[in-house]
Design a protein around this ligand. Structure first.
Ligand code: ZN
Length: 246
């Protein structure tokens, strides 16, 4: 079984469609979405439509939680808060309902999928450092989990407990990891708003039987996405950053 792993679509239809086209061409068996379907982008309804149709698993992200009224928006930066308020206004009621009922985590055997850190998932903690990954490794042993896939940070990386240096996936080139041994915490990156300096949409393909993970990128029409963000009057920063992948 091969699973297409996507996260942080953030209302970006062009990026989502570009990624799904690759996953279709790759003939993956399932698509798992690790949260943040909405927020920042101008097409939350379109993205919810596509994800509800195409993803076998969808998880709750912090932006989804804020938009659905499950999480206080006051700790958001201003541009994120404005986008969340706009999204709540324009989102169809059935999509709001769908977001409000998304699960925090999904588990298959010893593999766990979550938006941020799986320890207290509703705290939406980022996993950005070796130290944070180390804390999760301890938790994973107790929970009998070997692989954790997350999103949330909008950056691609992988940490393993093999005692080596942090195994950071280079977001610029296509990378493939052998994850058959040891514990791993892998961030699949962001489809709709990458922040690692590469503007291309990020996603991953997890080959379950062979224990391999591929970090992938695909170019999409970010100019079209940026134009839509400006057209609906969302903060310009949200359009401008797409060109930079920041
Ligand atoms: Zn996000």
């Amino acid at each position: 079984m091969r699973i297409g792993l996507i996260s942080d679509v953030h209302g970006n239809t062009e990026a989502l469609n570009a990624v799904l086209a690759v996953l279709r061409a790759e003939r993956v068996d399932a698509v798992f979405h690790l949260g943040d379907a909405v927020g920042y982008g101008a097409e939350p309804n379109e993205c919810c439509d596509v994800l509800r149709r195409e993803a076998q698993v969808s998880l709750l992200g912090n932006h989804d939680a804020v938009v659905a009224g499950l999480l206080d928006r006051s700790w958001f930066a201003l541009h994120a808060r404005l986008a969340a308020e706009w999204t709540t206004r324009v989102l169809r009621p059935d999509h709001l309902q769908w977001l409000a009922n998304l699960p925090d985590m999904h588990r298959e055997g010893s593999t766990l999928f979550c938006h941020g850190s799986p320890i207290a998932p509703r705290d939406f903690r980022y996993v950005l450092s070796r130290f944070e990954a180390q804390v999760i490794f301890g938790w994973m042993v107790a929970e009998d989990v070997r692989l954790v896939f997350v999103g949330h940070a909008h950056q691609c990386f992988a940490f393993s407990d093999t005692g080596e240096q942090p195994n950071v996936v280079d977001g610029i080139v296509q990378s493939e990891l052998d994850i058959k041994q040891g514990c791993w915490v892998i961030n699949v990156g962001s489809v709709g708003q990458p922040r690692d300096g590469d503007p291309r949409a990020a996603f991953g393909i997890f080959d379950v039987a062979h224990g391999r993970y591929q970090a992938r990128r695909v170019a999409y029409d970010w100019q079209a996405t940026a134009a839509k963000i400006r057209a609906v009057g969302l903060p310009d920063l949200l359009a401008a950053r797409l060109a930079l992948g920041r």
